[in-house]
Write a protein of this length. Structure first.
Length: 298
């Protein structure tokens, strides 16, 4: 879940749901192979798939010619704004690193996973791959040099994500953003990011709520999402602390202090899409603290 409202390209957190599974195996062949068992459309060419782009950047660093076979059971739809390409890139380098005897820590894997993000969106941002690898809330304080900071958050924080049945490529939703920001907006955004991070660390739900405002990306991107303002209003009226675009959209997320509020907010958000004749999927998830994990090593 990238951006978290005001933290465009610098703040993200990991989700338990929907969650992807990747079977990563060492291969004796001379090219990587990709098998798609997801029922979702994925590029099978290892030169184009973000997962193998990310693995190759890791192998280059190691000077290794090892190849891998990756079988995808993806549940995060590409173009959903829930970090589908990030989950593939991060999961692939995590699995390959594990099979190579873990020469890298999860933190050291972030730049390799960013190469996958770059291939997918034209920009090597880390606000989705870093939380996917490390779990919890992550702040990218700086890209040059890369400085990634894990932020503690309240235990009782639930996320409702509603994915409407439309697809938006991150590349496209980045292209429409303005490349300059007024001083007034920069001040507002900085205040909200600082407030949100402080609210998370001090477990101050009121401050989290007061700070979840994005004056840079949301006003531009929300036009790409049908019913956006109504969905946001419905989430806030259901008691959510805040609501904004999930990553680059079209999914919309809300944060709530209790699970029952998150469920209520999710239903209220889904209902707006239903009334508008747009199908949607809802995921309710606590913030994932662990990040990637090995499900079985057989
Ligand atoms: N921070 C990124 C964006 C996340 O909003 O474009 C999507 O990958």
């Amino acid at each position: 879940m990238a951006n978290v409202g005001p933290g465009f390209d610098i703040l993200g957190f990991a989700l338990n749901q929907p969650g992807d599974e990747i079977l990563v195996e060492k291969s004796g062949e001379n090219v990587h192979s990709i098998i798609n068992q997801s029922g979702l459309s994925l590029p099978l060419d290892p030169v184009k798939n973000v997962s193998t782009v990310a693995i190759d950047s890791m192998l280059n660093q190691l000077g290794s010619t090892q190849k891998f076979r990756l079988t995808f059971l993806k549940k995060i739809a590409p173009g959903s704004g829930i970090g589908s390409s990030a989950a593939s890139s991060a999961g692939a380098v995590y699995g390959a690193n594990h099979l190579l005897g873990s020469p890298f820590t999860n933190r050291e894997l972030v730049p390799f996973a960013m190469k996958g993000e770059e291939a997918a969106s034209g920009s090597a941002h880390a606000d989705n791959v870093a939380p996917a690898l490390l779990g919890g809330f992550v702040l990218v304080r700086s890209y040059d040099p890369l400085d990634i900071i894990s932020i503690p958050g309240p235990d009782q924080l639930y996320c409702s994500v509603v994915h409407p049945d439309i697809s938006i490529a991150t590349k496209d939703s980045r292209k429409i953003l303005k490349t300059t920001v007024s001083l007034e907006k920069a001040i507002t955004q900085c205040g909200n990011v600082a407030g949100l991070v402080t609210g998370l660390i001090t477990r101050d739900y009121r401050l989290i709520s007061d700070s979840m405002h994005d004056v840079i990306a949301e006003p531009v991107r929300s036009f790409l999402i049908p019913e956006y303002e109504k969905v946001k209003k419905a989430a806030l009226e259901a008691g959510a602390l805040g609501c904004s675009i999930s990553g680059s959209g079209p999914s919309i997320f809300a944060l709530s202090e209790h699970e029952d509020i998150a469920v209520r907010a999710g239903k209220a958000m889904e209902n707006i899409f239903t009334v508008a004749g747009i199908g949607s999927n809802v995921f309710i998830s606590q913030v994932n603290k662990q990040g990637m994990n090995v499900m079985t090593s057989e």
